[in-house]
Design a protein around this ligand. Structure first.
Ligand code: GLY
Length: 437
């Protein structure tokens, strides 16, 4: 089988690594890929948003399965165009990926499906939104309706912040057309968890859970990032919670999508907050998470190719069951100093062992993201989030030690990483204190 992975991040390297272990794969292609996917197969110089170019390449290389990592090509209809060309695609249709590409669409589906979330209102008029936040008696989260590269969610602990967020989105258009509509949700509090399953629109596999450390600094200080680390399963996770989230939060959304004629197929990502009143959905995403994929792929015991093909074909219940190990994995993201602000790239990365340490005696993995091979065969930094170092162990603490030992053995100029990923003893569930004037 020939498999094409679309995307270029740590998530795509982790998917490529796990897929490459399947006995069914003879050739792995990545578009555009990174220095990590280049170790496992061939990188094609096609942007992940070049839908026509990706479909043409998949046809000319007789790809049997395309695995679409990021949300933007899904929202552009890449899965539909691949299906039109007779190529099995793992990822939802354009219509179904609205679960991520429109926050108001997602809230409407959840409301119809009876899935608990924070109270919310949808606004298309800045004036009406400003009136709402002027009198609302709770801190809020202002969300640009459309995709905004992970930046369209603004936590507002004061009314002034909420006013500014509404103005920035709706009048300043800092997120372009994505902010023409906003969803304003009540701020809720509690530990966050990302939950993932494979679905063919009807059936949903058992789920895996991981955390995402979004802020750049230890203890949750500083700016928001694309993710500074992850671990899973989280210390508060258990089989009952997994069964509840799958049955009461994820399956009802799939049923509602099918009822509306938009069956959802691919990876379903449910982002939740565990509040004192019970789990509440923060968002659904239409793909695997980054950096969560880097820790859940090592936990996937069953064959990913079988599951992905079955999701595309609508035959998940006939496929071998999806199985996850509960052995913890911890991922520490190494970034270029300065990220998420300005940073420099082009520095050699030292300490990589053939670019990738396989899971084995050392039980550590390194997944590349903003990293690129140079002409001499070495690997250079090429982005903000450069690598994810993953440790696997019998306990969270053991996995954590391995992840940090691996990070300590890698160096590049201005490298930075958080020191408190999976430090569950020290973990505060309240990254930000909420006050309302
Ligand atoms: N981990 C957050 C995301 O993938 O959107």
């Amino acid at each position: 089988m020939r498999v094409l992975i679309v995307g270029s991040g740590g998530r795509e390297h982790a998917l490529a690594w796990r897929l490459s272990q399947s006995g069914r794969i003879t050739e792995l292609l990545a578009a555009p890929g990174n220095s990590g996917t280049a170790l496992l197969g061939e990188n094609l110089p096609i942007a992940d948003t070049d839908v026509a170019g990706l479909v043409a390449a998949a046809q000319s290389r007789t790809v049997n399965l395309a695995v679409i990592g990021p949300e933007v090509p899904l929202a552009m209809g890449l899965a539909d165009r691949l299906a039109d060309a007779g190529i099995a695609a793992f990822g939802p249709s354009q219509a179904a990926s609205q679960l991520e590409s429109s926050k108001s669409f997602a809230r409407d589906i959840m409301a119809a499906a009876g899935v608990p979330g924070p109270d919310y209102r949808v606004f298309q008029s800045a004036g009406i939104a400003l009136d709402y936040v002027a009198t609302h008696d709770r801190p809020v989260v202002v969300k640009a309706d459309g995709l905004a590269a992970g930046k369209g969610v603004i936590m507002c602990s004061t009314r002034e912040a909420a006013r500014a967020a509404v103005r920035d989105c709706m009048e300043g258009r800092v997120f372009g057309a994505s902010g023409a509509t906003v969803v304003i949700e009540d701020w809720i509090d509690g530990p966050e968890v990302s939950v993932f399953g494979f679905t063919d629109g009807d059936d949903l596999s058992p789920v895996a859970a991981a955390t995402d450390y979004k802020r750049v600094g230890d203890g949750g200080a500083g700016a928001n990032t694309g993710g500074m680390g992850s671990y899973g399963p989280p210390y508060f996770w258990n089989d009952d919670l997994a069964a509840q989230i799958r049955a009461e939060y994820m399956l009802p959304v799939l049923r509602e999508m099918s009822r509306r004629g938009n069956p959802y197929r691919g990876a379903l990502y449910c982002g939740l907050m565990l509040t004192n009143d019970g789990p509440r959905v923060l968002e659904f995403n239409c793909r695997f998470g980054d950096p969560e994929t880097q820790v859940i792929m090592p936990q996937l015991v069953s064959d990913p190719v079988e599951a992905m093909l079955a999701c595309a074909a609508g035959s998940l219940s006939d496929a071998p069951p999806v199985e996850w190990s509960s052995r913890p994995a911890v991922g520490v993201v190494m970034v270029s100093g300065g990220y998420p602000g300005p940073y420099e790239t082009g520095y050699p990365i030292d300490g990589l062992v053939d670019g990738l340490d396989a899971v084995g005696a050392a039980e550590s993995l390194v997944f590349h993201a903003g990293a690129a091979p140079d002409a001499n065969g070495s690997v250079l930094t090429a982005g903000g989030r450069v690598l994810t170092c993953v440790g696997i162990g019998d306990s969270i603490a053991a996995a954590r030690r391995r992840a940090y030992a691996r990070a300590a053995s890698i160096s590049f100029a201005n490298a930075y990483y958080r020191r408190d990923i999976a430090d569950v003893a020290a973990e505060s569930v309240h990254d930000i204190q909420v006050t309302l004037p």
